[in-house]
Design a protein around this ligand. Structure first.
Ligand SMILES: *Cc1c(COP(=O)(O)O)cnc(C)c1O
Length: 392
């Protein structure tokens, strides 16, 4: 008789009584959207990352869209359908939403290859990619490692930070990610550092930008305007009070959630060191690795634990075999420029961004969530060790 091994999932939200109670209170209040939880959540979140203001939105993607519009990446009705749009300089090694958000406004993505250690865009490469058509820079703090944002600020081009994987991270100059003044976008899907089920938020440093974000997420209604009055194009990118209540409860235990992830990442680093040495498995950058890059002194926030498999190993077969043994893993992440519609629309091709492509080919996300036990870490390490050494 064979017993199915208990699954170690890739991710799992931490939801307790505080979250249940918070959502229940909103349900019972009858005020399910645009109620008191919205400003309460925005203010608490802004305070947490040291930002003046924050606008909660329905997803990270919605936040990126509104943030880009707010810094001027906006398709004007006059030139709709004619000529190429403005350029946004960004990373090909990211979740597709960071690049798609510009496409919503007919922007052209200008990718630069990433740094092999941080997997973020290097500031020198971004500087070299800036032209008079560049409308914005969109650095992504991939896997929770801060991109070289202070350096990019010297280029004189508007910046939107994709901080969707980096809540809790700190820039090298001590400013928390989200607290620099230009728009920074966070996301609250169930696998992120904190969750509202679906959701996002944009932190900003000035009231005018906050007002514009608030208006555009709510059908273009200006502050103080009547419900069916609209003075600009808008969207429905609102976050409900149910979600804001959930967000407030998660924010209240954010240190515990971040600490849990950090503990698991440290356990992996320690227990996988030997295997990495023997097999050519590449582990995520350590603080010592980061110290030799242009973001030396930055503090990362652990979002995912992505290893890069040895080059000669079949990743799909590895994922399948680990899955058979009850360990959920996945390929993470595909390079954006190689998706078929990016190739077709912009003419991207293989070989253009070799560092991003290598990371995309070899990346494997291991289970990582705050409540993961030592025993679960041990199981992942044991099965991965077995799968990687069995073939040799
Ligand atoms: C999660 C994520 C997003 C988008 O967030 P959604 O809430 O799913 O829209 C954008 N960029 C990066 C890098 C992400 O990880």
């Amino acid at each position: 008789m064979s017993e199915e091994p208990e699954l170690v999932p890739l991710a799992r939200p931490v939801i307790g009584e505080a979250e249940e109670q918070a959502v229940l209170e909103v349900l019972r209040s009858g005020h399910l959207s645009l109620g008191p939880r919205l400003p309460a959540f925005e203010e608490a979140f802004a305070a947490r990352v040291g930002a003046r203001h924050a606008s909660a939105v329905s997803s990270g993607t919605a936040g990126l869209h509104l943030a880009l519009r707010a810094v001027g990446v906006e398709a004007s009705p006059a030139d709709a359908g004619t000529g190429p749009g403005p350029e946004v300089v960004t990373s090909p090694f990211s979740f597709i939403a960071s690049s798609n958000a510009g496409l919503f406004e007919r922007a052209v993505p200008v990718f630069v290859d990433v740094d092999p250690v941080t997997l973020n865009v290097p500031s020198a490469a971004v500087a070299a990619a800036v032209t008079d058509r560049t409308a914005a820079l969109l650095p992504v703090h991939i896997f929770g490692i801060p991109a070289p944002t202070p350096q990019l600020e010297g280029l004189g081009v508007p910046i939107v930070e994709d901080a969707c994987e980096a809540l809790g991270a700190v820039h090298p100059d001590g400013v928390p990610v989200g607290g620099r003044g230009h728009p920074a976008v966070f996301a609250f899907y169930a696998n992120k550092q904190m969750t509202t089920g679906e959701g996002g938020i944009v932190t900003v440093g000035d009231r005018a930008t906050k007002d514009r974000l608030d208006s555009e997420r709510n059908q273009g209604r200006a502050p103080g305007m009547a419900w069916l009055d609209h003075d600009r194009l808008g969207f429905n990118y609102r976050l409900s009070d149910l979600q804001c209540a959930l967000g407030l409860a998660q924010l209240g235990r954010l240190d515990e959630l971040l600490g849990g992830r950090e503990r698991v990442a440290a356990a992996y680093a320690e227990r996988l060191a030997d295997l990495a040495e023997r097999t050519g498995l590449a582990l995520p950058a350590t603080d010592a690795d980061l110290a030799a890059t242009e973001v030396a002194g930055a503090r990362r926030s652990w979002f995912v634990y992505v290893v890069r498999l040895p080059r000669d190993l079949d990743r799909n077969a590895t994922i399948t075999e680990l899955g058979r043994r009850g360990i959920q893993t996945r390929d993470y992440l595909p390079a954006i420029h190689l998706f078929s519609f990016y190739r077709e629309r912009f003419g991207f091709r293989e070989g253009q961004f070799p560092v991003a492509e290598d990371a995309a080919r070899r990346g494997l996300a291991l289970p990582l969530f705050p409540t993961m036990t030592e025993a679960q870490v041990d199981r992942v390490v044991a099965e991965l060790t077995d799968v990687l050494t069995a073939r040799r």
